[in-house]
Design a binder for this molecule. Sequence first.
Ligand SMILES: [Zn+2]
Length: 495
Amino acid sequence: MLLTACSPAPPSAPPSSSIGSLNARPRGGEAAPWSYEITASPDASEINVRASLPPGSPAELSVDTGAEPFVKDVEIEQDGVFYAVAEEGGSWLAPSCQAEGCRLRYRFLLADAADSIGDFGVAASHGAAILAPPSTWLLRPLRARGGRPYRFRVDPAAGESFVTGVFPAPDGSPHTYQADVSDLPAAPYSAFGAVRSVVLRERGSSIVVAFLPGELEAADDVILAWVASAARVTASYYGRFPVSRALVMILPSEGDRVGYARTLGNGGASIVAPVGRYAGQEFFARDWVMTHEMVHLGFPNVPRRNAWIEEGIATYVEPIARARMGDISPEKVWRDLARGLPNGLPEPGDRGLDNTPTWGRKYWGGALFCLLADIEIRKRTNNSRSLDDALRAILAAGGNVAVRWPLERALDEGDRALGAPILRELHARHGSSPETTDLDDLFKRLGVRVRGRAVTFDDAAPLAFVRRALTEPAREDDKTASIQSNLFKIQSNKQ
Ligand SMILES: [Zn+2]
């Protein structure tokens, strides 16, 4: 799944649609890029784009579905003169792009698109800012193979900003971003306009925290501490922060809590978090949403039918990682698992995790898969290995939210680190058939007894050694690496 909408509670509205996954292709490389230079007008109501496509570019150009009406005045250069290119059914045909490469220019009516579309995954206004990822406004060959970069530079209007989760260009050119063309159809969240940014840095990773316009009772430092704390928890589980750079957009919203946050990678990493204007310091101190989203950064996008593994990891790892840091108690972890996991069991008509895209199977069925994997790994290795090792190995092999992998590749990377096909075997049992789990028996063997809000532990239970280890503080080497207190200290580096 490419667009990850996150909610361990039942969603009130259906999640936004995703774009079908593509297999990962070689990134960057020698091929000439699609190049774009963007100049934004004041308030970002309109952007002017100049594009340069190399020879061999497919002739049919367009933008995201629904954004075509806001592309205006497309012109192509021939011998120094620009000629109009007519639209045909939402596409622009430029045969010379195929033959000898081409230079184009056009306008994109960003404010009109935001007013009309109103979805921040495509285009939406938020006060004096407009959220719209590059897939909305970059005119491009629709039928293009990966293995070639797209690259764009944005010059915002004076006093305004542009922020994006697309990774900066590797050559360090200012205001320039770059990723593979296969990443572009689901490129990370981005915003133009009145946006304030603060960068948190640590050991080669940076988190750009972008505040969109709007009132918040919480001071900036409270929000930054919340983001930094989630980053520390996430880094402690994975051994490092999962991506070199992430954009976290804070979207001031109504209410007193954090709303439906989303993570989107593909050539970068971005999180959008709607934050209620009345949410106070005590709310952020116990919030889990930002940690859940950041855990997503450490696993590749997999095909949509396997999205349960993405949500399962985030749902399972978030409380365990927070308990290991002392943010929540082991009792709370097990109380919440006891309450949540029954939602993940197969119901009549279930066809396995890969074929049953319900909320319960996706979030809690995925979490149960992770718990069963962790128990099996720890049992077989007497706690010397854990799910942590498998997930760290997947990340070390490059499997983060910036890339798209088949599920099998991720499972194989994890199993290689474990020295046994534990994840593959578990997937064979749970992926395509309604394999159930006796949760009462499992909790009994783990030595967990939950009655209402009361949780008691039985250390004489056969799997008590596994249960204790699950929420014990991270390993000695992680603790001494001062992950617990020092990562992502707020330095107030203005971007
Ligand atoms: Zn999620």
